[in-house]
Each structure stands twice: as C-alpha cells, then as structure tokens.
Design a protein around this ligand. Structure first.
Ligand SMILES: [Zn+2]
Length: 63
C-alpha cells in the first residue's frame, strides 16, 4: 500500500468514537493517522496499519 502524508484513509474497523476515516500524519517505520471524528492520533507499525486501512479515499496530490 502506498501511503503518503495527508492522505485520507478509510479504516476497516471504526474507531471507538464511531468514525471510520482519518488523515495520515506520519509515514515511516510506523504509520500514524488522526481520526477525523475525535481528532485523536493512532500509531501502528506499518504492517499492522496496512491491515487496518481499507482504502485511500483522497491523496494529497488531488488537493
Ligand atoms: Zn475517533
């Protein structure tokens, strides 16, 4: 999966706040995204993050 900073992503499992979308805020060994519902940041190792992310909704390039 090709993740970039500021990509909007849809998650397979919704966050406890009920929101299923987030914005990537860090890309590296770990992936971090900010939940669009509650604003909290979730950080996971890349391998786990890729399993948690269903798809990329919007890339940074289109904005
Ligand atoms: Zn949330």
């Amino acid at each position: 999966m090709d993740l970039h900073l500021n990509d909007r992503v849809e998650l397979k499992k919704q966050h406890p706040c009920g929101c299923k979308t987030g914005v990537i805020t860090r890309v590296g060994m770990d992936i971090k995204w900010r939940c669009e519902g509650c604003g909290r940041e979730i950080m996971l190792p890349r391998s786990k993050a890729e399993k948690s992310i269903k798809c990329i909704l919007e890339g940074d390039a289109g904005q």
